[in-house]
Design a protein around this ligand. Structure first.
Ligand SMILES: Nc1ncnc2c1ncn2[C@@H]1O[C@H](COP(=O)(O)OP(=O)(O)OP(=O)(O)O)[C@@H](O)[C@H]1O
Ligand SMILES: [Mg+2]
Length: 314
């Protein structure tokens, strides 16, 4: 449904995105995750034909974004980073205006606008001017304008940014309900958000794709590196030395001290499970082992590791 090949955008001398290739299947919900300046908005603006690329190609719903941009626009719904809303228009008036721009047949406009307002929970705001709405409700208007042409593909640029926690939950569940055969690409820098909403995640940083996988696979790929937490009662320098000498231990750190004991994190390389070697190293030093726990990496850890370019085993 979305096919992107070697897409590159430079702004003068500045990097926008650099040689990006990926595809999104019909009905798939793809998360586009990256820190500020990663290139998320740049990619989305190119795919929605709001901006040209410097090189590369892309197709959306079977149409080339450069050659058939009008067709592409008719197939997509786009929620930009900042939605250009007309604050002095009432909600349905604005949505009818957008529907007209998007070539929704005039006979269907009233029905379609009522339908999307219902879908995004705006019906009771019909009499309000957009300028009177809270940020969460404005975001709903943004979603409604993206949906009003019944698009096959939805492109949502940080749909929950700037909202309070209650509205974040509401908008997320709204987005979840928008799938149903529709292809959705959504950008975020909130990790739990993408793992909650998306079947597949692309991690982008500094204009390049750093990883592409399901949230579960991303986690298990990194788990393979194996990290274990051990609380040990013993002289710190000697314990550190003994732990570092364990076969396969790649990295050992002290993370906290409490009384006589210290908490160590031992990381094993190449998927080697070495936790069982820790008790032996501790007892042969004559020290005591108080706790030994395998560590689960959160998506947060994974993200930081990927964007700080620690190697992930393929
Ligand atoms: N109009 C522009 N002129 C010059 N450089 C730009 C322009 N727009 C974006 N850039 C640069 O392109 C890079 C990617 O920006 P982009 O807005 O796509 O990132 P993003 O992932 O959407 O970030 P954010 O999370 O802050 O929204 C950044 O280095 C940015 O400074
Ligand atoms: Mg952005």
């Amino acid at each position: 449904m979305i096919e992107v090949e070697r897409l590159t955008k430079t702004y003068g001398d500045a990097r926008g995105i650099d040689d990006i290739t990926f595809s999104v299947g019909k009905g798939e919900i793809l998360g586009f995750l990256g820190p500020n300046g990663a290139g998320k908005t740049t990619t989305m603006r190119i795919l929605t034909c709001f901006m040209s690329a410097s090189s590369g190609s892309a197709k959306v719903a079977g149409y080339d974004i450069f050659e058939d941009s009008l067709k592409v626009r008719s197939k997509i719904g786009y929620l930009p980073e900042t939605v250009p809303l007309y604050t002095d228009m009432q909600v349905p008036v604005y949505l009818k205006f957008v529907a007209g721009l998007k070539d929704v047949p005039w006979k269907k406009i009233n029905h379609k606008v009522a339908e999307v307002m219902e879908q995004v929970g705006l019906t009771h705001m019909a009499h309000k001017f957009i300028g009177e709405l809270s940020k969460g409700y404005r975001q709903r208007v943004g979603l409604a304008q993206a949906l009003v042409n019944d698009p096959e593909v939805l492109i949502l640029d940080e749909p929950t940014i700037g909202l309070d926690p209650k509205q974040i939950v509401e908008i997320r569940s709204l987005i979840k309900g928008l799938g149903g055969g529709r292809t959705i690409m959504l950008s975020s820098h909130i990790l739990p958000e993408v793992s909650m909403l998306c079947e597949r995640v692309i991690i982008i940083d500094e204009g390049k794709i750093k990883a592409m996988d399901t949230p579960d696979n991303l986690m298990s790929r990194l788990h393979a590196a194996g990290r274990v937490q051990a609380r040990i009662d013993g002289p710190k320098e000697k314990v550190l030395k003994a732990l570092r000498e364990i076969g396969g231990a790649k990295k050992v750190d002290v993370v906290s001290d409490s009384g006589a004991t210290s908490m160590y994190v031992v990381e094993f390389a190449d998927g080697k499970a070495g936790a069982h070697l820790i008790p032996r190293a501790v007892t042969s030093g004559g020290w005591d082992l108080h706790e030994l726990t395998p560590m689960r990496l959160s998506l947060e850890d994974i993200f930081i590791r990927i964007v700080t370019e620690e190697e992930i085993k393929q």
